[in-house]
Design a protein around this ligand. Structure first.
Ligand code: NIG
Ligand code: FE
Length: 387
């Protein structure tokens, strides 16, 4: 099974020319050169890949797909100069989406999540994580987690995303969330996440929330160092979190601490681009030996995109990663963040998740900026019609 890749190993990609991928049911049976493929018996469905490139199904390990409404008004205000943090402080931002999400009935919320999952698939994403966090009441949070699970995602309870308006402060809200929502959320979710940031939750509150979630059996994730370095990396290391995500504001000290740990730094350059914020120090993290992954951060406010190929382009042009490093960060390493260690590789025994690019070289993944390169997707051994 592929292990987490760091340092130079992040850029190790084995390229086979003129190759085949043989799948049996939900698994890959063999991979090799066409000239070495013996005769095949039985009922075989062939996908002609001549002139195309096959890569492992992409893995988006950080998305927020369960929400109502949109934030196109705020997007327009930001284009006129308003900042994301200002809009948030004025009661817009996450709070606006919480209001719109609570207004959906369960069928409408599920329809939204299903639609977002279809968008991901069209961009070549066959494994994804989805966070709740736009309900922040019991019923909407649980409905979000179930919708994500039923749409094929790995659900993460982002119960500590923001303090909803009916609570006086973060501590009062956490009291409710941990006693009233966690017991049910832990039955559906794989992981828990917290927004550790000025104006959201501080390190003491994040520790309390995450410890309770770990006790309930959930893996731990953190949104940290997005705008300010507020202790997310030390807390992630202390609690053995799977990942700490964003890192646009991470200093050299933070880079060293992350590199010395097994916590994965999940970088979200589409969010930095969408908010016109500094990019995370990706090159320094990789060169220091930290394990990184790449994800979209798909959400209505700070990253309205489901395209990992776009993220790969940003990784190469803005983060100065190579195409090979970008591919590994959105396959093997992203799968590791989700605890899905068999996913993200084209190897015998791995799930039959394959993407065919309409490109003469697999590096078009990053090179073809905004390109419509995903021709065919095989997910769990099933050939998907891209509608
Ligand atoms: O990862 N930073 C916190 N949460 C999301 C954005 C949420 C929103 O703006 O609706 C993020 O960027
Ligand atoms: Fe996020």
């Amino acid at each position: 099974m592929p292990a987490l890749r760091r340092g130079r190993a992040l850029g190790d990609v084995l390229v086979l020319e003129d190759a085949y991928v043989l799948c049996d049911g939900e698994r890959i049976e063999a991979v090799g050169r066409m000239r070495d493929l013996g005769p095949l018996g039985g009922d075989i469905e062939e996908v002609d890949g001549r002139g195309l490139c096959a890569v492992p199904g992409l893995v988006d390990c950080h998305t927020h797909p369960a929400w109502g409404g949109d934030r196109v008004e705020e997007f327009t205000l930001r284009a006129e100069g308003a900042s994301y943090e200002e809009l948030h402080a004025r009661g817009g931002g996450i709070a606006r989406t919480v209001e719109a999400t609570r207004a959906l009935d369960e069928a409408a919320l599920r329809a939204r999540v299903d639609r977002h999952a279809r968008w991901m698939l069209r961009h070549g994403t066959t494994t994804w994580e989805g966070k709740s966090g736009y309900g922040l009441d019991r019923d909407t949070e649980i409905a979000s987690l179930r919708a994500i699970r039923d749409a094929g995602g790995s659900p993460t309870w982002l119960g500590a995303h923001a303090v909803p308006p009916e609570f006086a402060d973060a501590d009062a809200y956490l009291e409710f969330a941990l006693s009233g929502v966690l017991p049910e959320a832990a039955k559906v979710a794989d992981a828990a996440d917290v927004f550790l940031e000025r104006g959201a939750f501080d390190a003491t509150q994040a520790r309390r929330y995450l410890r309770a979630c770990a006790d309930a059996g959930l893996a731990l994730r953190l949104h940290g160092d997005q705008f300010t370095e507020s202790g997310a990396i030390p807390l992630a290391v202390e609690l053995r979190a799977r990942s700490v995500d964003h890192l646009e504001a991470t200093s050299d000290t933070g880079i060293r601490a992350l590199a010395a740990s097994d916590v994965v730094g999940v970088l979200l350059p589409a969010s930095a681009l969408f908010l016109d914020r500094p990019m995370p120090p990706a090159r320094a993290l990789v060169d220091a030996g930290a394990a990184i992954a790449l994800a979209t951060d798909f959400n209505p406010g700070s990253a309205f995109t489901t395209s990992l190929p776009l993220v790969a382009s940003l990784a190469c042009t803005q983060l100065k990663l190579s195409p090979a490093e970008a591919l590994t960060a959105m396959t093997v390493n992203a799968a590791h963040v989700l605890g899905r260690n068999a996913v993200g590789t084209l190897a015998p025994g791995a799930p039959a998740d394959v993407v065919l690019f309409d490109a003469p070289d697999w590096r078009y993944l990053a090179y073809h900026l905004g390109g419509d390169i995903v021709r065919t997707v095989v997910a769990g051994g099933r050939l998907v019609r891209l509608g």
